[in-house]
Write a protein that binds this ligand. Structure first.
Ligand SMILES: [Zn+2]
Length: 269
């Protein structure tokens, strides 16, 4: 199953035509979308979307850009949201030393707190890492109970390998179709059972849509490119990455099922 494991579908960019965006996704063969809730308001909106459509699931967390806002109240807020089985991951969180929108100590603190809550609640964590590879690797190594998803991977091979040692997942976005993409090695080196696909919409639209608003239907272009780099049939890649997404996010296979997510992943490969 084709799964967009990372789309900011609660973003105002989708306000005018969100239903058409979703209709195009289903028509393109997308079977599930993980809606990222990277700030308090966004997470609530992501969960509302997930409650309104069985093929949507939400995450909740605070982006490193907003880490200065993290407080004891945030911990309570996040734990409360994670009581809902449709909130399938924590994040996105991590470190961004490129923009430094929040002070680095605040970024580290918010990241560590969210990892701790993820470990307590049995959720994987969606990781944003930019120009902070060594710090992200070191912090993840301090939280061995957590399964991480290195999202929109564009970091160095050092972080990739450090992550793979701990059996983390690696998610590739439309960046893999860009002319200046230099990380085919990362696509090849990620084991097939750790690979995920995403759009990161509304950002990073893949070629041939580059520069426009991205949307879940465009994950087909990401799938095609990753399959080409790995020299495998795209159908096989879609099947395998779909299984990976179901496993890491503990998604139920029955569409519309409201059963609570199992707390232990089913290792089916
Ligand atoms: Zn994102």
């Amino acid at each position: 199953m084709l799964i967009d494991t990372h789309c900011h579908l609660a973003d105002p960019a989708y306000e005018p035509d969100r239903q058409q965006v979703l209709d195009r996704a289903w028509a393109a063969g997308v079977g599930r979308v993980i809606v990222i809730g990277e700030a308090p308001g966004r997470a609530v909106a992501a969960l509302e979307l997930a409650r309104s459509e069985p093929r949507l699931f939400a995450t909740a967390g605070i982006h490193p850009h907003d880490a200065r806002d993290w407080s004891a109240g945030s911990e309570t807020w996040l734990r409360d949201l994670l009581r809902d089985a449709r909130v399938v991951a924590v994040g996105e969180t991590g470190l961004d030393f490129h923009y430094d929108h929040s002070p680095r100590p605040a970024q580290r603190h918010a990241f560590e707190s969210q990892l701790t809550i993820a470990a307590e609640t049995g959720r994987p964590v969606v990781i944003h890492a930019r120009e902070a590879d060594d710090d992200v690797a070191a912090i993840l190594a301090n939280h061995p109970a957590v399964t991480a998803i290195l999202h929109s991977f564009s970091s160095g091979m050092g972080l990739l390998r450090a992550g793979l040692v701990h059996r983390h997942y690696v998610s590739f976005s439309g960046m893999v179709t860009f002319k200046n993409w230099r990380l085919d090695e990362a696509i090849r080196e990620t084991p097939l059972d750790r690979l995920l696909l995403e759009t990161d919409g509304p950002y990073l639209a893949p070629v041939p849509h580059r520069g426009k608003r991205n949307e879940p239907a465009f994950v087909t272009h990401v799938a095609a490119q990753v399959a080409a780099v790995r020299g495998m049939p795209v159908e096989e890649l879609i099947a395998q990455t779909g299984q990976n997404a179901m496993r890491v996010f503990q998604l139920q296979s029955g569409v519309g099922s409201q059963e609570p997510a199992p707390q232990t992943p089913a290792f089916d490969s």
